[in-house]
Design a protein around this ligand. Structure first.
Ligand code: ADP
Ligand code: MG
Length: 492
């Protein structure tokens, strides 16, 4: 790809990208949200035409070919968005892109043979007749993968394929990638998960701000070099835990139980303290947070804030009045209003402050929102931008930031940095440090061990709805913490 440029209106998404992909390598592309990775891959797939520059494949200029023409050349792109047709069967979905046609008719026999071979390669048993819409998101992801490789694939592009996959499914995907590489396929692998990139790639290219800023052999690319070239600056304090004097007890939870999810949870959080709950998925962390906030009502147990018992079966509204905020895990469905602009998202919950004089003040609304956008470095820094048009990392900054325009005593945060790139993560951590420094407290649930160790004062390991272990980060190590998370499994 030579000096490829592409603009969308005023946004210059690609500013002249030069990128060489070698035959048969696994080439990883990393970069913050909005760096231009997906746009370049859509260009390779023929979905967009470059404004300037050329794309060559096997010594042939393929700039501007249509999607079908690029597919015929053996270039297959699995895009970030899953384009499953829910009403069609698994079989039909797999053959959707290039159905086997003979004399103008679908050749089902050769279709079935190809699909069966592909599923064998993938090692993922699927009922071919099942309707694709009824399958889980990860199964759908594997159908899309099957669609990409059912025909002869010379180049396979995977655009953030693991965003919806569990660790086990990610390993499965890596096995498929290795098998395909052995068969001679070239793979372009896009992700912002650094561990993954080191595990699977031969070379790494870093994208920043519409440019490919660095390409290096994976073995020679130091992790902090990679992070710094991604961000274009050095982050010296990735976990900016400020010196905070931990105060008296703020929250106490006693004997909290809910259905078959959590059993007799006892924990406390002090003022200015950050406490993180870790554990395998579904060990009850989310239920603890949701009970405290009042989204679900515990079957038994007591919640005390500042020495005062919360009402039994309290509502989220009452929790907010008591000074408790919750930043939920699924920002798309709970944390934000996608069709609203940034300003309205930030101020939606802050009517008290805005309607100070019983008049909803548009200028105050704008002022609060602008302050937050600056403080969080939201890109673009335009409070009239629609939420759904922002990248995931920037959406999450707004979701976290909107709670910060008023100060709460206790912030409950559920997987607050999931799916967020490393630059946005650093900014969210900074915000959390500020919250604690301001005397408020955070009870966090996190599947990210580095994050738990970096940001918290105390870590609580949960296993199957019970507290298994409590740890102080500076007195433990990553390996030990992992062993405790696993150890829970061994002991139960
Ligand atoms: P990445 O995949 O690296 O996260 P993208 O390629 O999706 O980044 O986006 C690069 C930039 O181009 C972003 O600023 C994004 O908002 C913008 N962009 C991408 N597609 C469109 C589009 N169809 N219309 C307008 N802007 C777009
Ligand atoms: Mg993308």
């Amino acid at each position: 790809m030579n000096d490829v440029k592409k603009s969308f209106g005023a946004t210059q998404a690609l500013k002249g990208v030069n990128l060489d992909i070698y035959a048969n390598e696994v080439h990883a592309i990393v970069g913050s949200n909005g760096a231009g990775k997906s746009t370049l891959m859509k260009m390779l797939a023929g979905l967009y035409k470059p404004d300037e520059g050329t794309i060559a494949f096997e010594n042939e200029d393929i700039t501007g070919l249509s999607p079908l023409e690029t597919q015929r050349k053996g270039i297959q792109v699995v895009h970030q968005v899953l384009n499953i047709v829910p009403s069609l069967s698994v079989f039909e979905n797999i053959l959707l892109a290039m159905p086997p046609v003979k004399a103008g008719f679908l050749n089902w026999k050769s279709g079935i043979k190809k699909v069966e071979e592909t599923l064998r390669l993938i090692g993922f048993p699927l009922d071919l007749k099942a309707s694709a819409g009824l399958l889980s998101v990860s199964e759908q992801q594997f159908i899309i993968l099957a669609r990409a490789i059912v025909n002869e694939t010379k180049v396979l592009v995977l655009d953030e394929p693991t965003a919806r996959l569990s660790l086990e499914e990610t390993n499965k995907l890596f096995n498929i990638i290795r098998k395909m590489q052995k068969k001679g396929t070239t793979i372009i692998y896009i992700s912002h998960r650094i561990e993954e990139i080191y595990a699977i790639s031969d070379r790494i290219s870093v994208f920043r701000d519409g440019l490919c800023v660095k390409t290096e052999n994976t073995g020679q690319f130091k992790e902090n070099d990679l992070v710094n070239s991604m961000l274009g600056k050095n982050i010296d304090v990735f976990f900016p835990k400020k010196k905070v004097t931990i105060g008296g007890e703020l929250l106490r939870v006693q004997g909290l139980s809910y259905q078959d999810k959590i059993f007799g949870i006892d924990l406390h959080v002090n003022q200015g303290e950050i406490v993180t709950m870790v554990g395998a998925v579904g060990c009850g962390q989310t239920e603890v947070l949701n009970c405290i906030y009042g989204i679900i009502n515990a079957d038994s147990g007591e919640i005390t804030l500042n020495g005062e018992k919360l009402k039994r079966n309290h509502s989220p509204r009452e929790a907010i009045q008591q000074g408790i905020a919750l930043i939920p895990e699924d920002r798309a469905s709970e944390g934000m209003i996608a069709d609203y602009d940034i300003k309205n998202n930030i101020t939606a919950i802050n009517m008290r402050q805005i309607a100070k004089y019983h008049v909803l003040s548009d200028s105050l609304e704008g002022k609060l929102a602008s302050q937050m956008v600056d403080r969080l470095n939201v890109i673009p820094a335009d409070i009239n931008y629609t939420m759904s048009a922002l990248s995931g990392g920037n959406q999450q900054k707004v979701v976290v930031g909107k709670w910060m325009t008023e100060s709460y005593k206790l912030y409950l945060m559920d997987e607050v940095t999931a799916g967020v790139d490393i630059g946005a993560k650093a900014e969210i951590y900074k915000l959390m440090g500020d919250i604690a420094a301001g005397g408020s407290s955070i009870l966090l649930s996190s599947g990210d061990i580095e994050e738990a160790l970096g940001i918290s004062d105390r870590i609580i390991v949960l296993f199957k709805g019970k507290i298994f272990k409590e740890l102080i980060p500076r007195e433990t190590t990553k390996d030990k913490l992992l062993t405790y998370i696993m150890g829970g499994m061994a002991n139960n």
